[in-house]
Design a protein around this ligand. Structure first.
Ligand code: SAH
Length: 341
């Protein structure tokens, strides 16, 4: 197997090239081709001599993320992609056009082991982590398919903090000023709440936006639907988020999937208020998106607004997230690591 080089930092590439006897600036050229021009084929690196290109081709390769299918929503501008990886595994990613903010939602793992009851991504368990090369290539392939992307949300399949090392390196690489140079502020990482990793991320100095999938304001309910809730209590989660804000000065947002009659009662308003009042946070209310394996209902739009208004009245900054691409199963919690069903 040839070594793949699209997930290497410039320094790593320089080291690898030095070992092979190439001049240092060659690594810079290749790095620019990969991360600025989004080239994943030595033959297209026309600033290198033909001989050098074929030499490099003999020694190295690129991890590829290949578009298998594209689904285009008829109700909004969302597009969902089914991508295959080199080993045949499947992931999904989504493009959403909010005008000036062109956002992609990327997967961090093949499958997921968190087991949240309401989420389709968990239903086949975890197959494996995405590598740094694959994460990079997932973004660049989306950029080849859609121009002017300026916002990345790590909210696709998988638990990003369960793939911590690769995630950190991926973020470092994609924000590298010599390469893709994406700003840290345009990246949002969403987690189901791996407390120790939230502290690690805060200390890492990456300063990306953090979204926490809270969904329930009391431990009993959270544990019922989210197995991770048994490992870390809500109070521990909130402490970790406070630490994140303190360290990074980035406001944390809390995602809250609203399930009718389950977590939108007055007691939930009370518990959320008790937990979050006075903090510099934002609550994102997501009406439950239907998946076949979860037999609960989303609230009517009046009930959803009512819940939001009660939170607002208690001085909690809450907004409703508009589901995108629901007709193509592209909304939160609907992504899977297989072909349809
Ligand atoms: N594992 C990470 C990343 C997934 S992000 C996390 O849990 O945060 C996807 C978001 O969609 C999460 O907040 C997730 O809880 C939410 N979600 C999952 N299933 C959903 C569903 N059926 N309807 C609405 N949102 C859902």
């Amino acid at each position: 197997m040839k070594e793949t080089i699209n997930g290497k930092t410039l320094e790593e590439l320089e080291e690898i090239f030095a070992k092979e006897g190439y001049k240092k600036f060659r690594a810079k050229q290749v790095f620019r081709q990969i991360h600025v021009n989004k080239v994943n084929d030595f033959d297209k690196m026309t600033d290198l001599s033909k001989d050098l290109r074929s030499e490099l081709k003999e020694k190295f390769s690129f991890a590829k993320v290949k578009k298998e299918e594209e689904f285009i929503s008829q109700i909004d501008t969302t597009k969902k992609y089914l991508f295959s990886l080199d080993d045949g595994n499947i992931i999904e990613a989504v493009f959403m056009d909010y005008g000036s903010r062109k956002t992609i939602c990327i997967s961090s793992q093949v499958g997921c082991r968190m087991g949240c009851e309401f989420c389709a991504s968990s239903k086949n368990g975890l197959v494996r982590n995405l590598t740094v090369d694959e994460l990079i290539e997932e973004v660049y392939e989306l950029e080849r398919l859609n121009q002017d992307i300026n916002n990345i949300v790590i909210m696709g399949i998988g638990e990003p903090l369960d793939n911590y090392e690769n995630m950190v390196k991926f973020i470092e690489l994609i924000t590298d000023q010599k390469g893709r140079n994406l700003s840290h502020r345009s990246i949002t990482l969403s987690t189901s709440g791996l407390v120790p990793r939230i502290y690690d991320l805060a200390d890492q100095g990456l300063d990306v936006n953090l979204a926490l999938s809270l969904h329930y304001a009391d431990d009993e309910k959270r544990q019922k639907f989210m197995p991770i809730g048994k490992k870390y209590k809500i109070s521990q989660l909130i402490k970790a988020c406070d630490y994140y804000l303190e360290k990074t000065k980035r406001r944390v947002s809390f995602e809250y999937v609203v399930i009718d009659g389950v977590n939108n009662k007055d007691e939930d308003v009370y518990n959320l208020t008790r937990l979050l009042r006075g903090k510099n946070i934002h609550i994102n209310l997501i009406p439950l998106n239907p998946i076949e394996e979860f037999d609960y209902k989303k609230p009517k739009s009046s009930a959803l607004k009512d819940f939001r208004d009660k939170l607002l009245a208690n001085k909690l900054n809450a907004t409703i997230r508009k589901p995108m691409g629901s007709d193509i199963d592209a909304s939160c919690g609907q992504l899977r690591n297989n072909y349809g069903r």
